[in-house]
Unconditional design. Structure first.
Length: 116
């Protein structure tokens, strides 16, 4: 099972911020995320929203896989066909995957726009 790791998120945000020589205040300004929330992310006390994740991915240049823990199945969509999931769970997974694809696509498009 794959889960979001608050510890990996905190470590990644803090290390990437420091690599880019940004203060929490500067990261806040670049992402639109309140400075107090940046601090809480870095101490594993807050999980950002999808929009906040997108801003962090973009500014700090990391990906969702960097903050996940657990084993990925060979086919990431295999969970959708699992008989162990009920209809509501399958719908939830479909929504999460759709959101992840949307966020990834937006990041790619923005990066391409910056490089032009």
């Amino acid at each position: 099972m794959i889960k979001l790791s608050a510890a990996k998120l905190a470590e990644t945000v803090k290390s990437r911020r420091k690599q880019k020589e940004l203060t929490q205040e500067e990261l806040s300004s670049l992402t639109g995320i309140e400075c107090t929330l940046i601090s809480r992310i870095e101490i594993e006390d807050y999980i950002p929203s999808i929009m906040q994740f997108e801003a962090l991915f973009y500014v700090l240049d990391f990906e969702l896989n960097d903050i996940l823990m657990g084993k990925m199945r060979r086919d990431p969509l295999a969970a959708l066909s699992s008989e162990e999931l009920n209809k509501s769970e399958r719908e939830g997974i479909e929504k999460i995957i759709a959101m992840m694809h949307t966020v990834t696509h937006q990041i790619i498009v923005r990066r391409q726009g910056q490089n032009e």
